[in-house]
Design a binder for this molecule. Structure first.
Ligand SMILES: [Zn+2]
Length: 77
């Protein structure tokens, strides 16, 4: 499984309708590991992490960070 723009787009669209509370970058980095651990096989966001996905939509820096982490995770397994 490799990370692609389409995967990311799908992932963001899945929660686009969801109302999420806003978190800052610190909170995001705090929660992103748990988010990645619970990510579904199709890249489905785990329940309860809408705020993390929302932050990905509004913060390019964290999106890049997420992309790197996600890629590393995929290479591991
Ligand atoms: Zn951020």
């Amino acid at each position: 499984m490799s990370f692609s723009r389409a995967d990311l787009q799908k992932l963001l669209e899945l929660v686009a309708m969801t109302e999420a509370k806003e978190i800052d970058c610190d909170e995001f980095l705090h929660r992103v590991a748990g988010y990645l651990e619970r990510l579904g096989p199709e890249g489905t966001p785990p329940p309860g992490y809408e705020d993390v996905v929302h932050h990905l939509q509004i913060c390019p820096e964290c999106l890049e960070e997420f992309r790197v982490l996600y890629q590393a995770l995929c290479e591991e397994s």
